[in-house]
Design a protein around this ligand. Sequence first.
Ligand code: GLU
Length: 497
Amino acid sequence: MKVRTRVAPSPTGDPHVGTAYVALVNYAFAKRHGGDFLLRVEDTDRARSTPESERAILQSLQWLGIEWDEGPDKGGPHGPYRQSERAAIYREHVDRLLADGHAFRCFCTSARLDDLRVAQRAAGQPSRYDGLCRGLSAEEVARRTAAGEPFVVRLVVPSEGICVVRDARRGPIEIAWSDVDMQVLMKSDGLPTYHLANVVDDHLMEITHVIRGEEWVSSAPKHLLLYSYFGWTPPEIAHLPLLRNPDKSKLSKRKNPTSILFYERMGYLPEALLNFLALLAAGAVDGEELFTLADFVEHFSLDRISLGGPVFDVPKLDWLNGRYLRERLEGDAFARRVGAWGFTPERIARIAGLAQPRIERLSDIGNLLAFFFAGRLTYDPALLAAGKIEAPTVRKALAVMQRELDTLRAWESAGIDALFRRVAGALDIKVRDLTRPFYVAVTGSPTSVPLYDAMEILGRDIVRERLRHALEMLGLPSKREQEEWKNVGSASTEIPA
Ligand code: GLU
């Protein structure tokens, strides 16, 4: 049997380093066994999935040097590889489960489910579906369906007993069926949820080993149940430990940049970042911390996966990247990499264009534009609140803006401009006064080349990190503040003209 693994990202945000880590392990496992590695796009969440995110994820994995044998961009014998294009396949499978009595239609309204949740919480019980619609007669289901009542399809789950999940790395994990919810498999819009689509696709795409993050352990019983209802042999399953912040909490962009694009823009080499992720997954190869992807693959086995939460330790990444820069780029290679990172003719043209109206000598360019070629900036934090607005408002503006910038679909100066005007309106301050601390945070100085153009050229990831750094100096917003400011300046609260 040919080994086949996959990575199955959901295109709902920036390309996350965790996706690359899971992809790398699946790639290494497949290649170690002469097998295939697939990429499948799990875009069943239509509200949150975007083509931009899909493109960025695929490009980032390619940039890192992880190649897949089958995928939405490459095709292959088991396509389509994008779940939004497979709706008919899922519907057919749901019908099968319904016909066999392994799933049932649920007509409960969201109001009822909310009440249920509240009651369960008050009683100190975990929130889950209580099975009301499981008891409906076939006639009633037919009548309500014919009457056009919206419904979802839920999984039938045994009420007692234990499910044993055999994790290839961790051994057996026991989960009581009473802890497993009657999962929604198909939403009222007729689209599948992750669980159904994932199992159906892993089977149809002949995946032999599912290696995924440990956040999915509790979903494994539902998946195993689906395999048995369909009469399919489940794949081998292994759960990887989650990447962690240095304080051991789950890696999150509030504490650490998590986007691969950020690391690219910061000037980490893809081979160094990949090596770093491989170290996190499985440690040194033959006692050596610097190794190639081919070395990693050659020595890879699931037993080498360390189960303790690997810490995404940026100083360690810096050290490794430094070694790559100094030791692994010979002759012209180094200069070529520097050029490709920050000095392509297109980038220089855009940046120079911003300087032209503002200089008297070409040598003024160094001071004016250095921030384009830097990572984190150093400046006196007092500068952030040295303008017309007071420090608490600057803090709030930075927090609101950081959140809202993340929601911009296209990263372009026109959209950034409109957002600044909206937030200035919401905070009741002049746009000019609002932008001043942002000039400081983004360019390191209260006056510079036009802010929105500079932000566009720097890119979302570097800007996000610079705003986060500024906020850190003024004090990151607390949970309560985030909640309090959640609607300030957001598009949804705008009063229609
Ligand atoms: N779409 C899921 C995710 O984004 C895939 C999880 C899995 O590997 O099954 O994490």
